[in-house]
Ligand binder design. Structure first.
Ligand code: COA
Length: 435
């Protein structure tokens, strides 16, 4: 028998939150805005203290990180997105370093309590199921573990399939809201990003299974794949860049070993067109992040090609992708999950791709990482490294060989300076090492 759904207002629903509770919000465009606003009203009224808030990247405002909520809410992010970055850097919010694959495990293992899960779902179907839409990630684990699950039922949430489908019996309270989902904005690739896209595309073989990370590079790479064949998707996220390739039949999942013919992801960020694409689409499987990002599951598909980006890389191949020195900019996300998974896949390629310099002209290849910078991909994990000046494979190369290779695709203006730094570090032998 189907559970009867009784709607309450957002203000009524958030009354279940107690001081000291841990709350999880579903991520990206599925952040439950009406509940967030209602929770902040309770904060404004002085009814709560020491409430911990966890989530991955969310679109839209994150008012609970404001200075005025000190002692009331404390956001401990699993990933530092643009809407919380300033306040994480100022110390009003914080970050839990964690592989994306293990965010679900934090809840399921009880390392982190989840008292209230606040989620956004599609309207119930005739079987009594709703879809988590764009956010399965750690949200499914939060739902399983929470004392109380509050769902915003929104007709604009796409009915994504896979683990996204949950029975309404898993939900305790329902609130109605039909706001459009927040779209994620991506700029068109510029000349440098296009050159990086071409260098990455040259490494992608027909029949590859792709993972693309976050940032400007993924769309630039996808734009170059129009003549490829039988590509597959097993990723943690995708955005609009995949849509023309699906339409053209380039992405068809035909060469995959597991989830053949399916595009597997755990969250997605895109425009309304992207949300429409996953709505009731049997080709898209939204899965638990413990599945999508498990390196041993990733490695089951052949030719897994993982393309992620970096903030800074040193001459030995240590990749910083989470902070600018001591200032946290993002998080480890699924970078290592996929770098490791791709490197174990038969014919797989792990690629770190980035412009050689920032928009302000600072070299992103540095002799050593800035103090405080976090090593996300270690020098032991790195394989391919790409800039607009080319692609080099550091795997199996010595420190001095790596430095030569890195310098060869640094911005020409910085090559001499980097060469001098390598000479000081490695001594005169450095000049005899062949590229
Ligand atoms: N020194 C100083 N500033 C730097 C810098 C450097 N070496 N590298 C980048 N910056 C600045 C840029 O100028 C830019 O500043 P702005 O915001 O004022 O314009 C900012 O840092 C972001 O750099 P950008 O190159 O535009 O980042 P991006 O949007 O392409 O994202 C990552 C790159 C690394 C942050 C992103 O890929 C990420 O979060 N990765 C970690 C997680 C991950 O890989 N997950 C896997 C898949 S989701």
């Amino acid at each position: 028998m189907q559970k009867e759904i009784r709607f309450v207002t957002a203000d009524e629903a958030v009354k279940v939150v107690k001081s000291g509770d841990h709350i999880h919000f579903s991520s990206v465009a599925s952040a439950p805005k009406v509940l967030i606003d209602a929770l902040c009203r309770r904060g404004d009224a002085g009814e709560l203290k020491d409430v911990k808030i966890h989530h991955l990247h969310t679109e839209g405002a994150a008012p609970y990180t404001d200075e005025k909520y000190e002692g009331i809410f404390f956001h401990q992010a699993f990933f530092v997105g643009g809407n919380v970055r300033k306040n994480v850097q100022a110390g009003y919010a914080d970050y839990i370093p964690i592989f994306l694959s293990e965010t679900q495990k934090l809840y399921r293992s009880g390392v982190l309590p989840c008292d209230v899960a606040m989620i956004q779902v599609s309207t119930p179907d005739k079987h009594g199921y709703v879809s988590l839409g764009t956010s399965v990630d750690a949200t499914l684990a939060a739902i399983e573990c929470a004392r109380c699950v509050i769902a915003v039922v929104n007709k604009n949430v796409p009915r994504a399939w896979g683990d996204a489908m949950i029975p309404v019996s898993m939900i305790d309270m329902f609130v109605e809201d039909n706001n459009l989902l927040e779209p994620a904005h991506f700029s068109e690739p510029d000349e440098i990003e296009t050159a990086i896209g071409k260098n990455c595309a040259a490494l992608i073989e027909d029949g590859a299974t792709l993972q693309m990370g976050i940032g400007a590079i993924p769309n630039a790479v996808l734009a170059q794949l129009g003549n490829h064949k039988n590509l597959g998707i097993h990723t943690e996220m995708f955005a609009d860049g995949v849509l023309p390739l699906v339409e053209k039949g380039v992405i068809n999942g035909a060469a995959k070993t597991i989830d053949k013919g399916k595009m597997v992801s755990t969250f997605l960020m895109g425009s309304q067109q992207c949300y429409d694409f996953i709505d009731d689409n049997p080709m898209v499987l939204m899965k638990d992040v413990g599945y999508t990002n498990d390196p041993f599951i990733i490695a089951k598909n052949p030719k897994v090609t993982a393309i992620n980006s970096a903030l800074q890389v040193d001459l030995t191949g240590q990749v910083c992708a989470d902070s600018l020195g001591t200032k946290f900019y993002s998080g480890v996300g699924g970078q290592i999950d996929f770098v490791y998974g791709a490197s174990m896949s038969e014919g797989g390629k792990a690629i770190i791709a980035m412009p050689s310099v920032t928009k302000k002209g600072i070299s992103k290849i540095a002799p050593v990482l800035t103090p405080g910078a976090g090593v996300v991909t270690t020098r032991n994990h790195i394989h391919w490294f790409v800039t607009e000046y080319g692609a080099v494979n550091l795997y199996g190369k010595s420190l001095q060989e790596r430095a030569k290779l890195m310098i060869s695709i640094a911005h020409p203006e910085y090559r001499e300076e980097l060469d001098r730094a390598a000479f000081e570090r490695f001594g005169p032998h450095f000049h005899f090492v062949a590229k």
